[in-house]
Design a protein around this ligand. Structure first.
Ligand code: BG6
Ligand code: MG
Length: 218
């Protein structure tokens, strides 16, 4: 039985991963090194401060900054990221997402956001997605980053749903692991081979329906 679907935001509903990457790469350049797209993969699904550690490690600077300086660097990255997302429009919602979410609502399935981002609200508003969600759990509400299951457990709790009846949609390995640790099935969105542990893969939402989800994993 499936009664609730919980969605990661960045890389699942919208392609904001590219903006996170551009903002981190700009910070790295300022610090004097290159941060490659391949290195950027490891920041997916990971909290802002944990992502900063990944960037600094890539430049061999993991021990160079005090906690206060790291807060400043993360704030600088976030200011750049905000410049990108404050210009987003509904056109940036990934193909097939809107129809899939509307289909879930029509079928009486709870629709919940489970994102590590503290900027989730801005993105949902800019892209006109907020009204499609019954509950929103974002980085302002959780203290433990994925792969900790907190974000998804909280989503199920708010929705009043049994984790065994929830399905998580994720594009990051850390998120697939978090779903498993929350006792939930998962859909690995996008083509990454790192998502092999997901209950099922989904290259794109285009043409995908709730009926098909049920056929595949219920
Ligand atoms: C996740 C992204 O959704 O949110 C990560 O995949 C990001 O790359 C994390 O670091 C935190 O985002 P924010 O917007 O709070 O810096
Ligand atoms: Mg993601």
């Amino acid at each position: 039985m499936i009664t609730c679907c919980i969605f990661d935001l960045d890389g699942v509903l919208v392609d904001t991963a590219k903006y996170h990457y551009l903002a981190w790469a700009a910070l790295a350049r300022e610090l004097g090194f290159d941060f490659t797209p391949e290195q950027g993969e490891a920041t997916k699904g990971v909290s802002r401060m944990a992502s900063l550690d990944i960037v600094l490690r890539a430049g061999g600077m993991e021990n160079r900054f005090s906690a206060e300086e790291k807060e400043r660097l993360a704030a600088e990255k976030n200011a750049r990221y905000l410049e990108y997302i404050s210009r987003m429009t509904a056109d940036e919602v990934l193909p097939g997402v809107l129809a899939f979410l509307q289909g879930l609502r029509a079928a009486g399935i709870k629709v919940v956001l489970g994102s590590a981002s503290k900027n989730a609200g801005v993105i949902l508003d800019r892209c006109g997605l907020r009204a499609l969600f019954d509950h929103i759990v974002d980085g302002t509400l959780v203290s433990k980053a994925k792969p900790d299951p907190e974000v998804f457990a909280k989503g199920a709790e708010l929705a009043g749903e049994n984790p065994a009846h929830c399905v998580v949609f994720e594009d990051a390995a850390a998120g697939i692991e978090a779903a498993a640790r929350a006792g939930m099935r998962s859909v690995g969105v996008g083509g990454s081979p790192l998502l092999g542990r997901a209950t099922m893969p989904l290259p794109s939402f285009e043409g995908f329906t709730f009926a098909e989800l049920r056929n595949q994993i219920d």
